[in-house]
Write a protein that binds this ligand. Structure first.
Ligand code: FES
Length: 106
């Protein structure tokens, strides 16, 4: 389990408790988190689950993978900490994680 906080560009704070093993995208969808959607079902294609990992968490969460980078580079508002939520697995080590959603996702 891990408590994860999603914060929209507009400042809406959404705190959810997620099961280990699910992705941050799956957890967001299951909890109706605003700003995270999925068309590709977590297959690293649509980019609608894009997030920015808070600075303090970046080393623990890790960098974007080679599969994520082409998707992330397709957006014109890059920021440090950009990842695809579907590619991040929840684990107890991520308890307290804070992520932000891009302006275009609400
Ligand atoms: S859900 Fe489509 S890229 Fe993450």
């Amino acid at each position: 389990m891990a408590n994860v906080t999603y914060i929209t560009f507009g400042g809406k704070v959404q705190k959810v408790e997620l099961e280990s093993g699910m992705s941050l995208m799956e957890g967001a969808i299951q909890n109706d988190v605003v700003g995270i959607e999925s068309i590709c079902g977590g297959n690293c294609y649509c980019g609608m689950c894009r997030i920015y990992v808070a600075h303090a968490w970046r080393s623990r969460v890790g960098e974007a993978t080679e599969f994520e980078l082409p998707v992330l580079e397709g957006f014109d508002d890059p920021r440090p900490g950009a990842r695809l939520a579907c590619q991040i697995k929840v684990s107890p080590e991520l308890d307290g994680l804070v992520v932000h959603t891009p302006e275009k996702q609400g």
